[in-house]
Write a protein that binds this ligand. Structure first.
Ligand SMILES: C#C[C@@H]1N[C@@H](C)[C@@H](O)[C@H]1O
Length: 440
């Protein structure tokens, strides 16, 4: 059907900025804001739900919530230390919450006084972070929630002409804030939109189209996730003709596609996941509840995403004072150390065509060289892993990615080779396979 405000382009973007995003594969999400101070509790009551939703969970009105501005002193906030942590993690880009659902701005926006400028130290958090990450060669994407619990003109739905006038004022405000962000921080690489699921936003597909156009006009090559977009019929992520809007699909939140679902390899996508079960902002309970994921679960999610042609955006929620919790530093050390020696099977890699999901791990392939990698994340009790080869394919040799040492294997039949792996290994084992086509 003809659409005025559907997808702005067909197929994958293949410009340098998008190729770099695809090559990066691994990003760090940062959720930091006023919600990081109460960290899931209010007036002595702890709410299990996500810490950044505390205003909703505890029924805290905007005026009372704004009282936290005076407490946002962030004595431990050190942008260079944050950038070092991202580098140690092995993240190639960072997506930072400029404004979350509570409407508090981590930059000194001229459009509202509900910003870091009103805090005791008044630092331009976004500006300092963009500088620090960029200086370390880490690309920055800015998260912006269209949903805004603080702004008086926000509406969940439009049910009167007064609602329509108010929400139009809100969309103008949000549009000017986004113009301000793109103008103040022109070397950010992308924008990550959220909070676009309400009827009020879905009814404004033209606005979302205009925002995407504006951002790409102000920052040529800027990357925008599919969550911003709706078309004129309210279709989100994909327009009413099924075409992806924005530059990559960003509907996988706290979940990944099934490891055997090769349909997702048709487009660029990114999954965002948390370390605790379900809090993006720092939740004090997460430090003690032991419900957060083991670092190696998260590493497996990264390998799985890459095997299906996607990126993984792994969330960290710094504490209110700007420090990171020990359980998050454990994740940094575990993933960073593994990527230090095994990153060849992640960065610049994607799906290995013809290599079906094996069950004991994942196959990835270098997008440029075609080199195939087998990453074993579920070591069988036998210690033996069988590789089902694509048709007319032969494995010439295999090496351990981490050490470069050759790995012996046995040819079982013309479609199967068998490896012995170290059953005592406590980390995923990556093997580089040199394969060739048989001409039989
Ligand atoms: C719901 C919801 C939001 N989407 C995630 C990326 C977090 O920002 C969460 O608060």
């Amino acid at each position: 059907m003809p659409l005025m405000y559907g997808a702005q382009s067909e197929g994958r973007r293949d410009d340098e900025t998008m190729r770099r995003f695809r090559h990066d594969r691994f990003g760090q999400f940062i959720h930091w804001g006023l919600y990081s101070i109460p960290a899931g509790s209010w007036n002595g009551v702890t709410y299990d739900y996500a810490a950044e939703f505390l205003p909703q969970s505890a029924g805290i009105g905007p005026a009372r919530w704004a009282g936290l501005v005076d407490d946002f002193a962030a004595p431990e906030f050190d942008p260079e230390a944050w950038a070092s942590l991202a580098a140690d993690l092995g993240a190639r880009y960072v997506t930072v919450t400029a404004k979350h659902h509570d409407g508090f701005c981590l930059w000194p926006s001229s459009l509202t006084d509900f910003t870091v400028a009103a805090t005791p130290r008044g630092r331009d958090v976004i500006g300092e972070l963009v500088h620090a990450y960029t200086a370390r060669g880490i690309a920055v994407h800015l998260y912006y929630s269209v949903l805004d619990w603080h702004h008086p003109d926000w509406r969940y739905a439009i049910s009167s002409s007064q609602d329509e006038e108010a929400f139009d004022r809100y969309l103008s405000y949000a549009g000017e804030q986004l113009r301000e962000l793109a103008t103040r921080y022109p070397n950010v690489r992308g924008f990550w939109f959220d909070g676009t699921w309400d009827e009020s936003v879905k009814a404004n597909g033209r606005w979302s189209w205009e925002i995407e156009c504006m951002l790409k006009r102000l920052i040529p090559g800027a990357i925008v996730n599919s969550r911003l977009r709706a078309d004129e019929h309210g279709a989100r992520h994909r327009d009413s003709n099924g075409a992806l809007m924005g530059d990559y699909f960003s509907g996988f939140e706290r979940r990944l596609p099934d490891p055997w679902d090769r349909t997702v390899t048709a487009e660029d996508w990114e999954a965002c996941v948390t370390i605790p079960q379900n809090s993006w902002g720092y939740h004090a309970g997460a430090e003690v509840a032991r419900t957060h994921k083991h670092p190696l679960e998260l590493l497996e999610q990264l390998v799985q995403a890459v095997s299906l042609g996607g990126n993984l955006l792994l969330n960290f929620g710094p504490r209110g004072d700007g420090s990171f919790a020990p359980f998050e530093k454990d994740v940094v050390h575990t993933l960073g150390a593994w990527l230090e020696t095994n990153g060849a099977c992640i960065y610049g890699c994607g799906p290995a065509d013809g290599w079906d999901y094996p069950g004991w791990g994942y196959y990835t392939a270098d997008a440029e060289t075609g080199a195939v990698y087998a990453v074993v994340t579920r070591i069988p009790v036998s210690g033996a892993i069988a590789l089902q080869l694509p048709e007319r394919t032969r494995v010439r040799n295999a090496t351990a990615v981490a050490t470069g040492r050759p790995v012996p294997f046995a040819v079982r039949d013309d479609r199967t080779v068998r490896f012995e792996v170290d059953r005592a290994s406590v980390i995923p084992l990556a093997f580089a396979l040199e394969v060739e086509q048989r001409d039989d």
